[in-house]
Design a protein around this ligand. Structure first.
Ligand SMILES: Cc1ncc(COP(=O)(O)O)c(C=O)c1O
Length: 404
């Protein structure tokens, strides 16, 4: 069987329809959308505005509320730093939570260093935020709440409409990183009362290096990139026309196909989860059992090192967590934040289903996992000890070392 890609939280392949929409703007339609004096420029501008309208439509926004960026990392930075720099001076408070993407966590850590106060909302063991804790910790200094719509490792979906209502009731701005949620669940900036929203093209079958930030009319944002005053002064730089056309097309398709594709993914997800549970013992699901992305599963296979299992199952592209940290051997900060013990966090694998996956591939993967988990456990003294009833978490290794 050909290699199978099952890491769609890290990135997705470019959809052929998206590529077809982009092609003219990579070739003959090379105009600069800021050149209003000739038809090349005007045609490029028209394409950019069509992309803007497609993105706006997919989240219930107005086209002039969409700012193009180089991706969601920049969108997250622009939302959080942009609001911070234009609103409260240092000492203002931002509320977020510990399982955000690094694009948020590192940004708020930076702001903390220069004097802002950051509060991390309490999470339960599924990674769901505690809404009462959120509300209790809104102070008069609080100017921004940033809570992701869905998590890229454990798939947990946050109650963003309730966060939006809470932020609104207290006159605080609400930003959500919706990168993983777009195309997987309905999001509407008006009914969910969202003021700022980040999205990225390459997670929804669009090209890499382009994203957008929704900014509600009236919200003031200081630019991070100064220059020619593009994007109403909020993000200077000649626009990535082909990328924007691709993002627009990808957003339009994600919106159109969402319900049908989500139903299909849910069935595949259940088949994979049931298969794993039926064929492998001592597995733990990380994240929420129901309130999770239709394409996400995250399992810990006790007594098997996650990286070893991924290497053993090399016919399938899998990962143990976010792409940015998978090169380090540290266990996932997301799993640690929801209280998964290190011994199980090291045994975790994230499954990211997508458009190209089907039942046959899922069944193949289940058998591959079962075979390799069995093989790796046969080599594991920990597994033998556990089967003999020894409590490994509290086992004193040094004592036994001395005895032998
Ligand atoms: C939740 C989330 N936010 C932000 C990003 C960053 O997006 P980009 O790769 O477009 O910078 C990612 C991608 O890993 C993500 O999963």
């Amino acid at each position: 069987m050909k290699s199978i890609y099952m890491d769609h939280h890290a990135t997705t392949p470019l959809d052929p329809e998206v590529l077809a929409a982009m092609m003219p703007y990579l070739t003959e339609e090379f105009g600069n959308p800021s050149s209003s004096t000739h038809e090349w420029g005007r045609r490029a501008r028209k394409a950019v505005e069509a992309g803007r309208a497609q993105i706006a439509e997919s989240i219930g926004a107005e086209p002039d509320e969409i700012i193009f960026t180089s991706g969601a990392t920049e969108s997250d930075n622009l939302a959080v730093k942009g609001v911070a720099l234009s609103a409260a001076g240092p000492k203002g408070r931002i509320i977020t939570q510990a399982t955000e993407h690094k694009a948020i966590l590192d940004t708020v850590r930076y702001l903390e260093k220069v004097g802002y106060e950051i509060y991390y909302v309490k999470l339960d063991s599924y990674g769901l935020i505690d809404l009462e804790d959120l509300e209790r910790n809104i102070t008069p200094q609080t100017f921004l709440i940033t809570i992701q719509a869905a998590n890229s490792e454990i798939g947990t979906i946050q109650p963003i409409a309730q966060v939006g209502a809470c932020a609104k009731a207290h006159g605080v701005l609400f930003h959500t990183d919706a990168v993983q949620a777009i195309g997987k669940m309905p999001i509407n900036v008006n009914s969910d009362q969202i003021d700022l929203l980040s999205l990225s093209a390459h997670k929804i079958y669009g090209p890499k290096g382009v994203g957008a930030l929704y900014v509600r009319k009236g919200v003031k944002l200081a630019p991070l990139i100064h220059g020619g005053g593009h994007e109403r002064g909020m993000r200077s730089g000649t626009l990535n026309v082909a990328g924007i056309v691709g993002l627009g097309k990808a957003a339009e398709m994600a919106h159109r196909e969402r319900d049908q594709e989500t139903r299909r993914l849910l069935k595949l997800r259940e088949r994979l989860a049931n298969g794993i549970r039926a064929k492998i013992d001592q597995v733990q699901l990380n994240g929420h059992p129901q309130q999770r992305l239709a394409n996400n599963l995250n399992f810990s296979f006790a007594y098997v090192e996650g990286e070893s299992l991924i290497l053993a199952c090399r016919e399938v592209a899998l990962s143990s967590g976010s792409a940015c940290t998978s090169s380090s051997l540290q266990s996932s900060y997301v799993l640690r934040a929801i209280g998964v013990p290190d011994s199980l966090a090291h045994c975790s694998i994230r499954f990211g289903l997508g458009k190209s996956n089907n039942e046959e591939q899922v069944d193949f993967l289940v058998d591959l996992l079962a075979t390799n988990v069995r093989r790796l456990r046969e080599m594991s003294p920990l597994y033998d000890m556990a089967r003999e009833g020894i409590d490994i978490e509290n086992f004193s290794w040094s004592k036994h070392d001395h005895e032998h």
